[in-house]
Structures are given as structure tokens and as C-alpha cells.
Design a protein around this ligand. Sequence first.
Ligand code: NAP
Length: 277
Amino acid sequence: LIGDPVERSLSPVMHNAAFEALGLDYAYLALRVPQASLEGAIASACVINMAGMNVTHPHKIDILSLLDDLDESAELVGAVNTVKNDRGRLIGYNTDGAGAVRALESEVGKLAGRKVLLLGAGGAARAIAFSLAEKGAELTIANRTASRAKELATAIKRNSGVDVGRTGIGRGELARAMERTDILINATTVGMYPDVNRALVTADMMHRGLIVNDIVYEPLQTRLLREAKKAGARTVTGLGMLIHQGALSFEIWTGRRAPIKVMAAAAKRELRRWERA
Ligand code: NAP
């Protein structure tokens, strides 16, 4: 994993547990690579014949121009979270969107025709939005910076031919949008450690039967999910997305089916360790 910072990542324990479970001779390391050192880091990875990488903030977009090829998943989203070293050729993928959708579908069933309100238009939100559109969800995007939501909606229309609604994140606007929402997904950083008492949507804006998915996983029970429970809504934590995006990366690198249960158990163990620390 290359990024800055990388200290608070669950990926090393999750992948190393999976390699061990399948008896694969790989090791997963989290390496802090400052923004200015990306090019050197990629060159070094090639020299030492690294099998692949995960890529996180701030490199997900900058890395595009340093790779030999892009999978459709990365090309569509315009960001890379996974790189495979294919005999010296570096190929970029994005498993965030497919991982998020897999995780959600495994909890709540098919997404086609469901009305989804997606909070955010940043890197993760972009990936999720394309995957939701592909699955036939009826999508509305709410973002603090309206121009980013507009740009994302336009890109989805251009690539997938799907119309996407847009709204602001004022409480009144969100309350109105919530009335016609089946599934709310938070893909903003709001509620993430250390700002754990913030949520863009509160219980009074939610209804029974609603599903609320927060992709923030630190903490696992975010303020948004606590509000959802208060309203009698169903909650889905960010752990599922984390595990499924990781499982898809694992399969890209190793060609083996990811041991999802092993990965989930390792990630949960590490999260509990963080919570106790
Ligand atoms: P990002 O690219 O920096 O995007 C941040 C998003 O949050 C933008 O839409 C931004 O709006 C919005 N935002 C930030 N501060 C806000 C505020 N005070 N009020 C309203 N909106 C605000 O970040 P990212 O990489 O997409 O990550 C977003 C979150 O998802 C992080 O918490 C990350 O840990 C989590 N994540 C989880 C997984 C998983 O596997 N579960 C995977 C990836 C990411 P503007 O456009 O207006 O700035």
C-alpha cells in the first residue's frame, strides 16, 4: 500500500491473513510515500518486481499517468486503488465501486430500481456512483461543492447514459431528498475519526424501512449509523466495502479466490485493537 498517511490502514493485516490462509508466498506492506516521491516509488516497485500495490490518498489520481495501462474500472472513475505488475507492465484498476456494491448487495439484495442518495463526490463516491449506475439504481448525488456533483453526474450520463439527480447538503435539501430515498450512502469524510460526532443526516430526517450505509469505518458505528438506529432504519457499516474492495484486489494480484471470512475476521480483530488503544 502506498499513500500518505498509511498508518491507519486495515489492509496489511487483512491481506497477510489471506496469504497465510492460502499458503501464498506474498507479504503486504504499508509504505508511506509522500506526494513528491510517487514517481520514484513506482520505479522502485518495478525494480524489486513487486507483484502489485494498493494506492491511497494522495496518489489515486496522480498515478494514472505513471501506469502502462488502465482497466475499464479505473478509466471510468479516473482513479486507481489497485495496481498489478503484469510481467513488468503496470496495470491500474479500481475496486472501490465494485467492492462497495458487492458489500451492499450482500446485505440488502439487488440495487436495481432502488432510490439511492449518495453523499459525496470525492474519490470513493465517484467509484461508487459509477457502480450504482451500472447496477440500475436510481441515483441522486449530494455534495458540498455543487460543481463536483454536477461533473460526476455529467460523466455518468456520458458513459452510462443514466440520468443522475443532484442536491445540495443543506438540512432542508437533504430532508426533502430523504423522503424519496430507499438507501442512503455516506461517502464523505464527515463522521470520520477524529470528528466522530458529526453527521450530515440525522434521525428526524430518516424513515423506517430506510437502509443507511456509511463507508467510513473508523469508527465503525458512526454518528450517522447511530442516528439511523434511533430512527429504526437498517444499518450497514463500512467494513463490508473495505473487505470486498480488498478481496477484489487480492484476486487481481493472485488469481486466487479471496478468503473473505479470513479477511473479515482479521480486519475486525485489528479494529478492536485500535479501539482498545
Ligand atoms: P475525498 O476524495 O477527499 O472526498 C471527500 C468527500 O467528503 C468530498 O465529497 C467532500 O466534499 C466531502 N466532505 C469533506 N468534508 C466535508 C464537510 N465538512 N461537509 C460536507 N462534505 C464534506 O475522500 P475519499 O477518498 O472519497 O474518502 C471518503 C471517505 O470514505 C473517507 O472517510 C474514507 O476513509 C472512506 N473510504 C472507505 C472505504 C471503505 O472501504 N470502507 C474506501 C474508500 C474510502 P467536497 O467535494 O465539497 O470537498
